[in-house]
Design a protein around this ligand. Sequence first.
Ligand SMILES: Nc1ncnc2c1ncn2[C@@H]1O[C@H](COP(=O)(O)OP(=O)(O)OP(=O)(O)O)[C@@H](O)[C@H]1O
Length: 298
Amino acid sequence: MTPPPAPPVVELRDAGYAYPDGPPVLRGVCFAVTEGRSVALLGRNGSGKTTLMRLLSGGLRCAWGELRLDGARVSHDRKGLTRLRTTVQLVLQDPDDQLFAASVGQDVSFGPMNLGLPEGEVRARVAEALEALDITALHDRPTHLLSYGQRKRAAIAGAVAMRPRVLVLDEPTAGLDPDGQERLLEVLARLRAAGTTVLMATHDVDLALRWADDAAVLAPGGLRTGPVRELLTDRALLDEARLRRPWGTAAAEVLRAHGLLAAGEPGPLTPEELGRWAGPGAGRTAGGAALGHGRPAR
Ligand SMILES: Nc1ncnc2c1ncn2[C@@H]1O[C@H](COP(=O)(O)OP(=O)(O)OP(=O)(O)O)[C@@H](O)[C@H]1O
């Protein structure tokens, strides 16, 4: 029997928001973040990803609907917001919007100090967060001397030091070189293995497929949520949300055109899956034809 789905940590119910004097940016959004899942939030520029993440983390207050934390409606008073911020931490897209202390160590200690934690506890959390982000050596470095990638990591470390259950990252890989992106994904994998739930906004459908369990797609018709492989292979949804088709769906078409993949056989969706699909032990002949599984190609 499949276990019942875990209750959401945070949840927007029928939520919406409009900036002052502006039209509604989000309307009727129902979105639940479940413990232990990694979620990619996708949508074209201006679709409302940042707004949604600010609603989830309490930076904005729903104009319609409500935000719930562990099943209870969040009150936007000091107590309610402190509870929310120790559970959900948002890291902004531009690290310069987040870093303001003189050194990395001071910046990362800001959140825990604000919680009124004892000095030893603050120090331990800073050390833990810097280590998680692989930037222990940058503890005393002035923030204005950091590279862009280092500033991104320092900003994430500041959120990690709050030991949130849910880390919300606004385009964390944007502006990083390929190596920087890979290293950041490794950091996120470690945080996830340690039990942190991660929601990441990204424009990169291939990264979403590699990294996420679930996707949330902001399309003109509303927010669609579901398993990442299901949503990001839904051509109608990709077109509606004006998202690029994943690398793997184009690759599968080439494989089918060459008779290497049967019509009904799902193709590999990521380069890693292609390696496994075609590699030794995959049950394929040197010519690539499937042996014993899937329908014969054309
Ligand atoms: N502070 C603000 N005041 C007024 N309008 C805003 C403000 N911030 C965002 N908006 C508007 O709200 C809409 C959604 O913006 P938002 O930043 O949430 O989108 P996004 O999906 O994160 O975009 P991007 O991919 O470009 O980062 C846009 O039309 C934007 O112009």
